[in-house]
Ligand binder design. Structure first.
Ligand code: FE
Ligand code: FE
Ligand code: ZN
Length: 277
């Protein structure tokens, strides 16, 4: 069964997101754990959380992929930047405990001239401080496009971060089709090879979720500009192969395409029509 959803807005609360997911025929979804630009957290409304859980179990909505704010940089040069990342992530992971068994995905960070190795070290340091024994969330490192000084656009970098992370059972990886292609992993023409390489370097069992985005830019351009499914450099056939691939087909898939809710509904319907049950 295809598990698919889109990135939804949190502004009306959790139950509202669950209902919106159901309306667009989604059985999972993503959301920002806080305003992507600012840092403030809304106090958690427990009644809303409980209503959400009831609704989600009735509608088989699960495997949520919460997204950390883009402004989070675990390997910033400035201590203030790292402290913000630390505080935000710590709070987010505590809040995620109200949604046990889901995922929390984040961009590893940008090393801003400190070098990849230093970046990797700083990222692991924050992870080892904010993650805690017995946590019910799996933290996911997103594979990046390799824009600027981004860490995590090579599988080797992802593997290194995981290697340095203490709570191995609670760390995993989130693919993003646009980022992979942009980073130079040819998911259009060599999907099998990319997956084989990931398995060799990181281990396929670490792959827990995938963002589905087409790309506005050609192969290996390191730009990270998402496009609607089928309208970009990847094309619709690539998505047919991705969602049906034996190593990927059971992952939760999340759309982060430039769409309003109606557009997501259409893309979900399109992808469902391509999925071989
Ligand atoms: Fe992301
Ligand atoms: Fe993404
Ligand atoms: Zn992106």
């Amino acid at each position: 069964m295809l598990r698919i959803g889109a990135h939804l807005t949190t502004s009306k609360g959790y139950l509202a997101m669950g209902k919106q997911a159901a309306e667009i025929d989604a059985n999972t979804f993503a959301f920002f754990t806080r305003n992507p630009r600012g840092g403030s957290v809304k106090a958690l409304n427990e009644k809303d959380v409980n209503s959400y859980h009831e609704f989600a179990s009735q509608h088989d909505i699960k495997d949520l992929v919460a997204h950390a704010p883009y402004t989070l940089n675990l390997c910033g040069k400035d201590e203030k930047v790292r402290n913000f990342a630390f505080t935000a992530m710590e709070e987010d992971l505590k809040r995620m405990e109200y949604f046990p068994g889901n995922f929390y995905n984040f961009h590893p960070g940008s090393h801003v001239g400190q070098g990849i190795d230093k970046g990797i070290e700083l990222i692991a340091e924050v992870l080892n401080t904010v993650m805690f024994e017995g946590m019910k969330t799996t933290v996911l490192l997103e594979v990046m496009a390799g824009k600027g000084s981004e860490v995590g656009s090579r599988f080797e970098e992802i593997a290194k971060i995981i290697e340095l992370t203490q709570l191995k059972d609670n760390i995993g990886v989130c693919f993003d089709s646009c980022h992979l292609y942009d980073a130079g992993y040819d998911v259009v023409n060599n999907l099998d090879d990319v997956i084989k390489e990931f398995d060799d370097v990181v281990g396929i069992e670490k792959l827990k979720a995938m963002h589905l985005n087409d790309s506005k830019n050609p192969y290996a351009s390191h730009k990270d500009r998402h496009e609607k499914i089928g309208d970009g450099a990847l094309g619709i056939e690539a998505f047919r192969r991705i969602i049906n691939h034996e190593k990927l087909r059971d992952l939760p898939f999340i759309l982060e395409t430039p769409n309003e809710i109606e557009g997501y509904k259409e893309e979900i319907s399109l992808l469902r029509s391509l999925y071989e049950e």
